[in-house]
Design a protein around this ligand. Structure first.
Ligand SMILES: [Zn+2]
Length: 252
């Protein structure tokens, strides 16, 4: 009952605060706002995009799954259509979302499981979670395996659009365990997967949609964004955020 009480108390608090505020700004809610962002995040209970970005109701679409994976277009058939594919159509075709964020994090149980399965991705057996990770995480594992044994040196990503061509040094200060390094590679691989959808190609070619990778260290609460200029995940701070805005959110 204690858990349910927390939920119901939260609803009362919402009714007294956010709901009142929404009524005060009917333009934003009743006319259905134009969301600016799509987040793909892990379902981990410590990783809530609306919490760590402080976005408001109406600002974003959010899709969450185990491991923040984005199945590529060639995996989609009538029998295997995914919620992620539907979400991108809602966000970027039916609406005009211009920024897509893939959000990974440290201590990810899904990434740890994928790491333990990384030599078994060719087998199609397992629990639903194992099959999900093996089927849609295999590209991340293959990319991760391109790192040398000491994880030194840049990893190169190549895609058909300029923003998909970049190099990254994964955890250059070697602060994170190997599963976290895979998690960062996985975030960047999902950017490539998202770009496999033809419905996005024209906008991606004109940079009218921009793809971003965010990574959260749940131990410290620090939030990082992948910087193509810096070729690594960079912690977002008061000192550098304007510079990151100019790099990651340029005026088109
Ligand atoms: Zn996770």
């Amino acid at each position: 009952m204690k858990g349910l009480e927390k939920i119901l108390r939260g609803i009362i608090k919402y009714q007294l605060t956010d709901k009142v505020r929404m009524k005060l700004s009917p333009q934003n809610i009743i006319e259905y706002p134009t969301p600016n962002f799509l987040f793909i995040s892990c379902i981990d209970n410590r990783v809530l995009p609306s919490h760590f970005t402080k976005i408001d109701c109406g600002d974003a679409y959010i899709v969450r799954n185990a491991g923040n994976l984005f199945p590529p277009r060639d995996a989609i058939t009538f029998n295997s259509v995914t919620a992620e594919a539907g979400a991108i159509e809602v966000a970027c075709v039916l609406n005009n979302v211009r920024h897509i964020f893939v959000c990974g994090h440290s201590d990810c149980k899904a990434m740890s499981l994928l790491f333990s399965l990384k030599n078994q991705c060719h087998t199609h057996s397992g629990t639903p979670l194992q099959m999900w990770l093996k089927k849609y995480g295999v590209a991340s594992v293959r990319k991760f395996d391109q790192l040398d044994s000491k994880f030194v040196g840049p990893l190169t990503f190549q895609g058909r659009f300029s923003q998909l061509n970049f190099q990254v040094n994964i955890d250059p200060e070697n602060k994170f365990p190997v599963e976290d390094k895979l998690s960062q590679v996985n975030c960047l691989q999902q950017l490539q997967n998202i770009a496999t959808f033809p419905i996005l190609h024209e906008k991606l070619s004109k940079n009218q949609i921009r793809l971003h990778a965010i990574w959260i260290d749940v131990r410290t609460g620090n939030v990082f964004i992948f910087s193509r200029d810096e070729k690594q995940f960079v912690e977002i701070t008061e000192r550098n955020y304007l510079q990151l805005v100019r790099e990651c959110f340029p005026v088109d």
